[in-house]
Design a protein around this ligand. Structure first.
Ligand SMILES: [Zn+2]
Length: 167
């Protein structure tokens, strides 16, 4: 009696005639197991491939192939190197972004300081300055968030008091 079973190569091997997965077909009483086309199993009219591939033989061939192409040919080393390079690239990219954001953060803090000083000197219209200051504060908060996202240790932003526009 036939029995459906999952084996090593189930879902990996495809029938060359119809493209369906090869599936395990085992006969416990005969102590035999084969891979057969799942399309053929459903309908002989669908696929003409009636071959029964011996399980042990097929798995041995595939494992030999895996060993030669993946393990022996240095495939994994190459893959590992690629991953490593990708990681380094991402790290460099992050470092660049962090430097850029820190520079912007510093610029904004300086501008806010200057604006506050000017405000004290009453050299500019207060309303205009306050809205400009609020824009800078907003951007500074965004940059600080972004830097936190990078997990960068940044100089703590100082508390800045913004006078009310209605004063
Ligand atoms: Zn088939």
């Amino acid at each position: 009696m036939g029995q459906k079973a999952q084996y090593l190569l189930t879902g990996i091997l495809k029938c060359r005639h119809c493209g369906n997965n090869l599936q395990m077909k085992s006969y416990m009483s005969w102590n035999e197991a084969h891979y057969v086309c799942s399309g053929r199993r459903q309908s002989a009219a669908f696929c003409g491939n009636s071959r029964h591939y011996d399980k042990d033989r097929l798995e041995e061939i595939v494992m030999q192939e895996v060993k030669e192409t993946i393990l022996d040919a240095g495939y994994l080393e190459e893959y590992y190197q690629q991953c490593l390079e990708e990681m380094k690239k991402e790290e460099a990219e992050s470092a660049r972004n962090i430097r850029l954001l820190q520079q912007q953060q510093q610029d904004l803090e300086e501008r806010i300081d200057q604006a506050l000083e000017m405000m004290l000197d009453r050299r500019l219209l207060k309303d205009k300055l306050v809205s400009k200051l609020q824009e800078d504060e907003k951007r500074l908060a965004e940059i600080t968030d972004e830097l936190e996202h990078y997990g960068a240790k940044t100089v703590p932003t100082k508390e800045i008091w913004i006078p009310s526009v209605n004063n």
